[in-house]
Design a binder for this molecule. Structure first.
Ligand SMILES: *Cc1c(COP(=O)(O)O)cnc(C)c1O
Length: 384
């Protein structure tokens, strides 16, 4: 196996799910987001682990992601969070992938595909309501009419209703008011459907942030993603939750590691890498690591603030991170040897000094973007 690899701690993943389950009200369903190959952690392994914890739904973004889970033998309901193309619809129906719908054209395409399959039961769809995210969903005041349209279709039924929050990870007064307003609009939309005598099915709106911080908004099901992988959503962090009295100890599931592939001596004045952005100001030793931006160690991490852990000590990256390799300054006198393990981010038990969330904070991005960019060429090693 390539030494640059992602270690996936499935036990931590399950612990995170159980921790979340233990503070949602009994009976609250859970839909775990395993889109984007489970945020880079491997969809099939994570989905199976989630199912073993008794989760009720898995969420994907695309039909292909759903099919991958079905081919792996997963029978749990799958919710598809993005809109697929018309040509994928028959396949979505064949694999029992529950779509989010919000307009008559798309609903009619699903109805046609479901009718052609002569299913024994009506095919469930979830109605998306746009209460302020501005992505997909009908207007709240259209919900009743669209629900009626679904309800009177030949082969579909309303299985649930959903909305998605834009700023639930922010605790500022203004953003909290916005989230509350989104929730109020959603509840009104649900009521308007009920008033038509239609059962709205499973109602859900809480992403990770709302799951942790807004228990009044859990409704029938929560829809966490990033927290099951062990990262806190922005302002809803560990300190905030401790202060609030609802502490939760999330464990980072992924460790990204590599090893020192070479050690090179640098005399004062010798430059490093593309663009020659760093020059040794005194003689030093440089460790070369076989990891680069095509392995989610992004070029913009070429900052002295991002440190790599070798034998538990932090060392700075020098020069620009390349596609497949990078260079780290290990100084003159140290205990680093060739083939020593170097940890980019991850669990402390693996020798990491920072999580993907910490690197994200240093480099103006979010943990989601880092882990989900761990590409197929980084082998994953699953440990329990
Ligand atoms: C990705 C996604 C989630 C999960 O979001 P997190 O912030 O990772 O919890 C929930 N709902 C929808 C609609 C999503 O697209």
């Amino acid at each position: 196996m390539r030494c640059t690899k992602a270690i996936i701690h499935l036990e931590s993943f399950k612990d995170n799910i159980k921790a979340i389950q233990s503070f949602t009200k009994p009976g609250t369903k859970m839909c775990v987001a395993v889109k984007a190959d489970a945020y880079g952690h491997g969809a099939v392994a994570c989905a199976k682990a989630a199912v073993s914890c008794g989760v009720d739904f898995l969420a994907v973004a695309t039909v292909d992601e759903g099919i991958e889970l079905r081919r792996a033998g997963i029978k749990t309901p799958i919710l598809m969070l993005s809109i697929c193309s018309p040509e994928e619809i028959p396949s979505a129906v064949r694999h029992s992938i529950t779509p989010l719908v919000f307009d008559k054209e798309y609903i009619a395409l699903f109805d046609k595909a479901a009718s052609q399959r002569l299913l024994p039961k009506k095919f469930p769809v979830h109605l998306a309501v746009d209460t302020g995210m501005g992505r997909i969903g009908c207007q709240p005041e259209e919900a009743a009419e669209i629900a009626k349209y679904i309800d009177s279709s030949k082969s579909l039924k309303l299985g649930g209703m959903q909305t998605h929050f834009a700023v639930s990870d922010s605790t500022t007064k203004e953003n909290r008011a916005y989230t509350k307003q989104q929730f109020t609009l959603f509840k009104k939309a649900i009521d308007s459907v009920r008033n038509e005598g239609i059962d709205p099915g499973i109602c859900h709106c809480a992403n990770s942030a709302a799951t942790l911080d807004l228990p009044d908004m859990h409704l029938d099901m929560v829809r966490p993603g990033i927290i099951v992988y062990g990262y806190y959503p922005d302002m809803i962090n560990k300190t905030y939750l401790e202060k609030k009295g609802t502490p939760i100890n999330l464990k980072p599931v992924m460790t990204l590691e590599t090893e020192v592939s070479a050690i090179r001596s640098f005399a004062k004045g010798k430059s490093i890498g593309y663009g020659r952005t760093w020059t040794a100001t005194k003689s030093t030793e440089i460790a070369v690591l076989p990891i680069g931006y095509a392995d989610a160690f992004f070029r913009r991490f070429s900052t002295a603030k991002v440190k790599i852990a070798i034998n538990g000590k932090p060392y700075p990256v020098r020069g620009r991170i390349c596609m497949d390799q990078c260079m780290v300054d290990i100084g003159q006198q140290n205990d680093v040897k060739r083939w020593d393990k170097a940890v980019i981010f991850g669990a402390a038990e693996d020798g990491a000094l920072q999580t993907a969330g910490d690197i994200a904070n240093l480099t103006d991005t979010i943990s989601y973007e880092i882990t989900s960019a761990v590409t197929k060429r980084v082998p994953r090693e699953y440990v329990d």
